[in-house]
Design a binder for this molecule. Structure first.
Ligand code: 0L1
Ligand code: MG
Length: 260
């Protein structure tokens, strides 16, 4: 019989984040932690942050591309919460001193024009609810040693969320080929990864539909005005002091990641 509870898991994950200390998988000690309970941990963790003054500004998808799924050894997408405290302004350096082992990954980002409520949302309906499409990146910073986790662990850990940035310029979805949209990730000018929007569930709007449909199981809708990160197109790269990561999209624009 385990002595782990939702509250204890929340405390442990918040402590690791606060003290910049990673640790073992919760599922090693709490093997019965199932996905539904893991999402209750995630929601309780975000409630703690909200009580401390943070506001929800959107939702993120994770593990929506094969590159990410293969790297993490998990073949199922997941969702997590974005809060205003995670936002990086354009050009703002990543505060690596506040983090454990940050990595950056490129994201196609939607800003919602209309509320989207599952179940049964199709990718076409999802895309029709989007106000604008942006280039973006996410800084992930798992509270687990070496980013090693099972699906319930990473769900409980709010999908490794840490920071994110979104380009100021956005584009109406109608005029874009999001499947063919090309993206590269370079470190100090050296090309490390490339992909197209097809990497994200075949079409990034499929990821948005997936978010709406899976949030609906918890009675939650994707709200108008929310930011949605559709999931890393490529594997993530470490953010290291003194190095510059460039995330460049063919039509959505480019962002630079530095650390400070
Ligand atoms: O730590 C991770 O890689 C899991 C979070 C998923 C990030 C993503 O695919 O966008
Ligand atoms: Mg991501």
């Amino acid at each position: 019989m385990t002595d782990w509870t939702i509250d204890r898991a929340v405390e442990e994950l918040l402590r690791r984040e606060r003290e910049r200390q990673d640790g073992g998988r919760i599922t090693d000690q709490w093997p019965e932690l199932d996905l539904a309970t893991a999402y209750r941990v995630q929601d309780a963790l975000i409630d703690r942050k909200r009580r401390a003054g943070e506001n929800i500004v959107g939702v993120k998808l994770g593990l929506t591309s094969q590159a990410k799924q293969q790297r993490m050894g998990i073949d199922s997408p997941l969702t997590g919460w974005l809060t205003d405290a995670m936002t990086l302004a354009t050009g703002e350096a990543v505060p690596v001193a506040e983090m454990i082992h940050p990595r950056v990954e490129p994201e196609i980002v939607f800003v919602m024009g209309r509320r989207l409520e599952g179940p049964g949302v199709t990718w076409e309906q999802a895309l029709a609810a989007v106000e604008s499409v942006h280039a973006g990146f996410e800084i992930i910073d798992s509270r687990y040693r070496d980013f090693s986790f099972a699906l319930p662990d990473v769900v409980a850990d709010n999908a490794s969320s840490s920071r994110f940035a979104v380009s100021a310029e956005g584009f109406a979805p109608g005029g874009l080929d999001l499947v063919g949209e090309a993206c590269t990730v370079s470190v100090d000018g050296e090309l490390i990864h490339s992909a197209t929007g097809a990497a994200v569930q075949g079409h990034p709007a499929q990821a948005l539909a997936l978010a709406a449909n899976s949030l609906a199981r918890r009675g939650i809708a994707v709200e108008a005005g929310w930011t949605v990160l559709t999931g890393g197109l490529t594997d993530a790269v470490f953010v290291e002091p003194g190095r510059t990561v460039a995330v460049e999209f063919a039509h959505l624009g480019s962002l630079t990641v530095t650390s400070g």
